[in-house]
Design a protein around this ligand. Structure first.
Ligand code: PEP
Ligand code: MN
Length: 361
C-alpha cells in the first residue's frame, strides 16, 4: 500500500544540481587538515554536499569512534571556505543539538540507529520545529517496515525535507559485498513512498573501493536519486573504512563515468521492440509458474505418501543431492550458483510448507 507523506522535492535542499544528488567526504573527520583538503578537492569537482562522520558507531570497541564535537568546528570551516552544505550522522539527542548548534545543514540517521525505534523517536522529538534535510539509512536488517517506520517517525516531527539512504544489509553469509544490497528492498520502498528521494551509499554496500563504481551505476539504472560516496585523501591510512574510500580524484573519475539514463524515451522503434520482448517475458513467466505448479502437485503426492507411511518431511541427504545437482546443471546453462541456490531454496521451502500442511491434516 502506498504511503503518502508530505515530502518536499530535493530542489528545496538548497543545492543547484540534483540529478543525481551527490554527497561525498570522509567516513570520519580525522583532522582539520584532512577535512578541509578533502572538501576543497571535492568542491572543485562540483560536489555540493560534504559528508563527514563525527561520532562513529563502530561494530567493535577500541576502534576509532570519531573525533567528537571538535569536528563540528571543522565542518563549519568547510562551509565558510567552500560554500558546500555539510552533513553528518546523529545517533542520539545530544548529537542532534550539537550538530544544529554548529550549523550542520543535513543530518542522517545511521543504519544501527534506524534499527532502533526508541532512538529514532528521541531523535525525531529533538527535531520538532527544525527545518533541515534528514536522511534515514536503511536499518542493518532487511526489514522494510522498520525502515519505513523510522522515516515516518522523522516525518511525524514535521520534517519535510526527507530522504532515504540505501546502504545495504548485514548478513552472516559472506558475499561479494560488505553489505548485501538487496536492491528489491529499495525498489519496494520506492513503490511504497513514491515521492521519497532515495540515495545510494555505494561505499558501505561495496566495502572495497574497486566495487564502488559498479554499485553506483546500478543504483542509477534502478532510478535512485543520488549517491553518498566516502572519500579520503589517503584511504590507506584512514582511521575508519579505509578499504572502501576513494580519493577525491577517484570520486571525480567515478562522477565523469557514471551514466544517468532516462526512465523512458519517445522512440517508436525502441518502444515497439521493448514491448515485444516484454510480451515474451510475460509468456515465459506464465510457463515458469505452470511448471512450478506441476512440481508442487508432485510434492503434494509425495506428502500424502509420507503421511501414509509416517515418515518425516525432510531427508537431508536427498536435499543436499538436489541442491548440488541443480547448481551443476544451472552452471552449465550460465546461471550463477548463488542464483540457483536461492531459487531452489525458495522452491524447497514452499514444498516443505505444502507437506507440513498435509502431514498435519
Ligand atoms: C557511515 O556512513 O560512515 C556509517 C557509519 O554508515 P552506516 O550507518 O551505513 O554503517
Ligand atoms: Mn563509513
Amino acid at each position: 500500500m502506498e504511503i503518502s507523506l508530505n515530502i518536499e522535492p530535493v530542489e528545496s535542499w538548497g543545492i543547484q544540481s540534483t540529478k543525481p544528488i551527490i554527497l561525498s567526504g570522509p567516513c570520519s573527520a580525522e583532522t582539520e587538515e584532512q577535512v578541509l583538503t578533502t572538501a576543497k578537492e571535492l568542491q572543485a569537482l562540483g560536489v555540493q554536499i560534504y559528508r563527514a562522520g563525527i561520532w562513529k558507531p563502530r561494530t567493535r570497541p577500541n576502534t576509532f569512534e570519531g573525533v567528537g564535537s571538535v569536528g563540528l568546528k571543522w565542518l563549519k570551516t568547510v562551509k565558510q571556505e567552500t560554500g558546500m552544505l555539510t552533513a553528518t550522522e546523529v545517533a542520539n539527542v545530544k548529537h542532534v543539538y550539537e550538530a544544529l548548534k554548529m550549523g550542520v545543514d543535513i543530518i542522517w540517521i545511521g543504519a544501527r540507529t534506524s534499527a532502533n525505534p526508541f532512538a529514532v523517536q528521541e531523535i525525531a522529538d529533538a527535531l520538532t520545529g527544525v527545518d533541515i534535510p534528514v536522511l534515514v539509512k536503511n536499518p542493518v536488517n532487511p526489514d522494510i517496515e522498520l525502515w519505513i517506520g523510522a522515516i515516518e517517525r522523522i516525518a511525524g516531527a514535521g520534517i519535510t525535507k526527507l530522504g532515504a539512504i540505501h546502504r545495504g544489509f548485514s548478513s552472516f553469509e559472506k558475499s561479494r559485498y560488505r553489505n548485501v544490497p538487496q536492491w528489491q528492498v529499495a525498489i519496494e520502498l520506492r513503490q511504497r513512498m513514491r515521492n521519497l528521494p532515495i540515495i545510494c551509499d555505494p561505499s558501505h554496500i561495496a566495502g572495497v573501493a574497486d566495487l564502488v563504481f559498479e554499485v553506483s551505476q546500478k543504483a542509477m539504472d534502478l532510478g535512485q536519486d543520488g549517491l553518498i560516496i566516502e572519500s579520503h585523501p589517503n584511504p590507506r591510512v584512514a582511521l575508519s573504512d579505509g578499504k572502501q574510500q576513494l580519493t577525491p580524484t577517484q570520486v571525480g573519475e567515478l562522477l565523469s563515468k557514471i551514466v544517468v539514463r532516462p526512465e523512458k524515451i519517445d522512440n517508436k522503434e525502441f518502444t515497439e521492440s521493448l514491448e515485444e520482448l516484454r510480451a515474451q517475458i510475460d509468456m515465459i513467466d506464465d510457463e515458469i509458474l505452470e511448471i512450478i505448479q506441476k512440481r508442487m502437485s508432485v510434492v503434494h503426492e509425495i506428502g500424502k505418501n509420507k503421511k501414509a507411511n509416517n515418515i518425516r518431511i525432510l531427508q537431508t541427504d536427498r536435499w543436499k543431492q538436489i541442491i548440488e545437482s541443480v547448481k551443476q546443471k544451472g552452471n552449465s546453462k550460465g546461471l550463477s550458483d548463488e542464483f540457483t541456490e536461492k531459487l531452489f531454496k525458495a522452491i524447497h521451502q514452499e514444498s516443505i510448507n505444502i507437506q507440513t500442511e498435509i502431514l498435519n491434516s
